[in-house]
Design a protein around this ligand. Sequence first.
Ligand code: TYD
Length: 136
Amino acid sequence: MTNDVGFQILNFQPCGDDRGSLIALEQLGNVPFDIKRIYYMFDTKEGISRGFHAHKALKQVVIAVSGSCNFTLDDGKTRTSVLLDNPCKGLYIDDFVWREIDQFSSDCVLLALASEHYDENDYIRNYNAFIKAKNT
Ligand code: TYD
C-alpha cells in the first residue's frame, strides 16, 4: 500500500456535475482499511504545529477538505513534506510513521479516517522512543 517511507498520496475522483463536486469515501474501497473512527481538526490557531507522534497499529487517511496544511512524515530514516491543499487529495499514513502537521491555513478543516478507535496506548509521542521502536 505504501511507498518505502510509509505513506501514499491518494487521488480521489470527484463525481462532479453542474451543481458542484462530491467525493465518496468507502472502507476497503478508496480507503484501504475498515474505518473505525472519523475526526476533524478545525480553527487551528496561526503558527501551531500538531501531531508529533506515531502509532503502533493505527493507519489513517487524512484530507484537507477545506484550506491547507503541511504534513512532515518520518519513517526513522527519511523525512518528507506533503502539502494537503485539495479535497481531492488524500494522504494514507501507515503505522510506525512519525507525523508533524503545521502551516494550517485559517480555513483548514482536516478530516481524518482512522483504522482504530481512540487508544492513547497506541501512540508513541516521544521521538527517541519512536526511533528505538523502528530499530528493534
Ligand atoms: P492529539 O492526538 O494529541 O492531537 P494531535 O496529536 O493531532 O495534535 O489529540 C488532542 C486531544 O484530543 C487529546 O487530548 C486526545 C483527544 N482525542 C480524543 O479524545 N479522541 C480522538 O479521536 C483524538 C484524535 C484525540
